[in-house]
Design a protein around this ligand. Structure first.
Ligand code: SF4
Ligand code: FES
Length: 317
């Protein structure tokens, strides 16, 4: 595969041709990486839904240096040799990201104080960085009653931003998908065929991929704010998945089990429902040690590794 050079926010990087602008930016890392609300590297075909990753292509390529006429979704646009991209260095991109944030919040309730996703919600982070203090809309938000999707997952459709990640998890990880997006436009909603429960070994991953609090773990709901829990890497021998998880503990009690996420909030491995829902005893797991949350998050505020303090000399004795 041939290599191409692309410049993003004045930083040059070399990547394989066919790489998206987003993944080229991820190769650079840091602030030049656009936010993603729908793209998920482990889910084939994801991206192109939320527009939060829009960037400006100031130069198309060395061969054709014309700029692209509109902002493009970086998760869906491949780099060309000599391409020049602007993300945080473009006021136009920043202005559009603010507008996209406002658009994603159009129907989203501001119920972070009671939402289990608070503290690890990507939309909360996006709103913090780009949101407006006030809403400019007067229209009523669309509302749905919360429903159970099986006995372990709760769907709060009010909070859904229709990123399609959960649908892709069901499509790509399980044999039989029984839920999807029903309706079109303003009537679109995540739903199951009639009231069919989602019942397969990997359905719990929908909770982990949901960027907002639309899909939550019923075994954890309202037990604790996430920043009061302490994450630990742990593993067990599991015949269905890698068995590598994060245990979220309060004191000695395991309140929640999730997959391990990288700095972009994406799962390293999909885990099975047995590990996630059925093993909440310390004796079920080999605990490896405290989990560092790489993504900037309120959870990291709750730092709990032991700090060895220097001894204080008592000069009075
Ligand atoms: S429920 Fe969550 S993962 Fe599914 S489409 Fe809505 S926001 Fe995305
Ligand atoms: S992350 Fe690119 S459009 Fe959603």
């Amino acid at each position: 595969m041939s290599l191409v050079k692309v410049t993003i926010d004045n930083i040059e990087v070399e990547v394989e041709s066919g790489t998206t602008i987003l993944n080229a930016a991820r190769k650079i890392g840091g602030a030049v990486v656009p936010p993603t609300m729908c793209y998920y590297s482990k889910l084939e075909g994801s991206g192109g839904k939320c527009r939060s990753c829009l960037v400006k292509v100031a130069q198309g390529s060395t061969k054709d240096p014309r700029p692209m006429p509109k902002l493009v979704a970086s998760c869906r646009t491949a780099v060309m040799d000599g391409m020049v991209v602007q993300n945080i260095t473009s006021p136009e991109v920043m202005e559009n990201r603010r507008a996209i944030t406002e658009f994603l919040l159009l129907n989203h309730p501001l119920d972070c104080p009671v939402c289990d996703q608070a503290g690890e919600c990507h939309l909360q982070d996006l709103s913090y960085e780009h949101g407006l203090v006030d809403t400019e809309t007067v229209e009523e938000r669309r509302t749905f009653a919360p429903i159970d999707i099986g006995d372990k997952i709760k769907l709060h459709m009010n909070r859904c931003i229709l990123c399609y990640r959960c649908v892709m998890v069901a499509d790509q990880l399980t044999d039989q998908r029984v839920h999807g997006v029903l309706g079109r436009g303003d009537h679109s909603e995540i739903s199951t065929h009639i009231t069919k429960a989602i019942d397969n070994d990997f359905s719990g991953n929908m909770i982990d991929v949901c960027p907002v609090g639309a899909l939550t773990d019923k075994t954890f709901r309202f037990k604790s704010r996430v920043w009061f829990t302490k994450p630990f890497d742990a593993h067990r021998d599991c015949p269905k998945c890698s068995g590598k998880v994060v245990l979220w503990k309060k004191g000695d009690e395991i309140l929640r089990v999730t997959g391990r996420k990288d700095k972009y909030g994406e799962l390293e491995d999909f885990i099975c429902n047995d590990c996630r829902f059925e093993h909440k005893e310390n004796t079920d797991w080999t605990i490896e040690g405290p989990r560092k949350i790489e993504r900037h998050s309120v959870i990291s505020q709750n730092h709990y590794e032991k700090i060895s303090k220097p001894e204080i000399q008592d000069n009075n004795s």
